[in-house]
Design a protein around this ligand. Structure first.
Ligand SMILES: *Cc1c(COP(=O)(O)O)cnc(C)c1O
Length: 389
């Protein structure tokens, strides 16, 4: 074999079947081959297991999908290149012209955009409500045939808690599918509730290190199988190398979540008693309007703490004065992050919807990282002291 042939047909290294790598390798290959046409045909006919092309499936992606499905307590999963891809693919695969969906003012902005602008172009109608108004959700589902309800809990950034049991029951009763964007609550929450599809941004707490993007759609085998063809053709495939990094990030998921939620609760309690803080939104605080619902529905209250500064504090100066919290969009990094209201204003909402979203120019969202809790409290203390307007 000459060099140009050899480099394209390198020696095969077979690992004995009783000698496995402890960490699964990255299958960084787009194509998979059989030794015969007959076996390839069997795969095409669904008569055997196997892989052909990584947009359809890849062993590294499959391992991540099965891990995520187990964590969320469902049978199957499809990973995507980003969280928005998961949300959008789920909606595209579920909806057709003439369908009606229920969506909420408090949702992630690109999800609102998808429903309001893109799906509307294809003749999908929607009703936009507040996630707090469970009565209105029930009334809408009772009065208008609905294909899907897509919602989040806790909401971003004010951490309103949806009454998932009531919403899911109303959807079930009226034949609508539920799609829960579970990014904020996490893979370890809400699995026992009657939800049809979970969507996640793995970019946040699942991968956990702020260095890769990914998304997931999780549900029953049957429902995912019915969507699979559409999803594959839409092509928002995750790269195997990224899937490997997300799988690695997940190994510390529970340790990170527990630690970050513990620090978040301490920080929420500290902020609540501070004279320069008007109000704290954190489901783990007794003062949260849905504290009892959150305690019933979630195992912990998460790593995001949002609050309103008192009027004599300058929000930009406060954020600028923090040394350990980076001014940054997004959440779920090992570094703590801060985002002031002026950078989170929902420009696509009307006056009523903006009221529901509830973000003001005094709102501050914190995403708590893995730094020492006392150091974080000290940083908040010095920034509050330094930021009178
Ligand atoms: C970040 C986020 C998304 C989108 O995820 P990406 O990975 O950034 O595409 C969707 N929903 C929620 C609730 C998010 O926080």
């Amino acid at each position: 074999m000459k060099g140009p042939t050899r480099v394209n047909h390198p020696p095969k290294v077979d690992v004995p079947s009783d000698n496995r790598p402890l960490v699964a390798p990255i299958y960084q290959s787009v194509k998979f081959t059989f030794d015969s046409v007959a076996e390839s045909e069997k795969l095409n006919r669904g008569e055997r297991e196997g892989y052909v092309y990584s947009r359809v499936s890849n062993p590294t992606l499959r391992q991540l999908e099965l891990t995520l499905a187990t964590l969320q307590g469902r049978e199957d999963c499809l990973v995507t290149a980003s969280g928005v891809a998961a949300v959008n693919l789920a909606l595209l695969a579920l909806c057709k012209q003439g369908d009606h969906v229920v969506v909420f003012a408090e949702m992630y902005q690109p999800t609102r955009y998808m429903v309001r602008r893109l799906l509307a172009r294809f003749g999908v109608e929607h009703t936009m409500l507040s996630i707090e108004d469970t009565d209105a959700i029930e009334a809408t589902l009772a009065s208008k045939p609905t294909q899907a309800v897509i919602f989040e809990s806790p909401s971003n950034p004010l951490l309103k808690v949806a009454d998932i049991t009531r919403i899911a029951a109303a959807a079930r009763a009226h034949g609508a599918l539920t799609v829960l964007d579970n990014t904020f609550a996490g893979l370890h929450n809400h699995g026992e509730l009657d939800i049809d599809l979970y969507v996640h941004s793995l970019t946040k707490f699942a991968a956990g290190h702020g260095d890769v993007m990914g998304g997931a759609i999780i549900g029953s085998k049957k429902l995912l199988a019915s969507l699979q063809r559409d999803l594959v053709v839409l092509g928002a495939t995750l790269d195997p190398n990224t899937a490997f990094l997300i799988q690695r990030g997940l190994k510390t998921y529970f340790v990170r979540i527990e630690r970050q939620a513990r620090s978040a609760l301490a920080i929420a309690r500290y902020l609540e008693q501070h004279e320069k803080v008007e109000r704290v939104y954190y489901p783990g605080l007794k003062s949260h309007p849905q504290h009892a619902l959150a305690a019933r529905q979630m195992k912990d209250s998460g790593a995001v703490v949002t609050f309103e500064l008192a009027s004599r504090v300058d929000p930009a100066r406060f954020a600028d004065s923090l040394r350990l919290f980076a001014i940054s969009a997004s959440l779920g990094s090992t570094e703590s992050l801060v985002q002031p209201g002026q950078l989170m204003m929902p420009r696509d909402l009307n006056e009523q919807e903006r009221k529901w979203a509830g973000i003001t120019d005094r709102t501050i969202r914190l995403s708590i990282g893995l730094e020492d809790e006392a150091d974080l409290l000290e940083d908040l203390e010095q920034a509050l002291a330094a930021s009178d307007s």
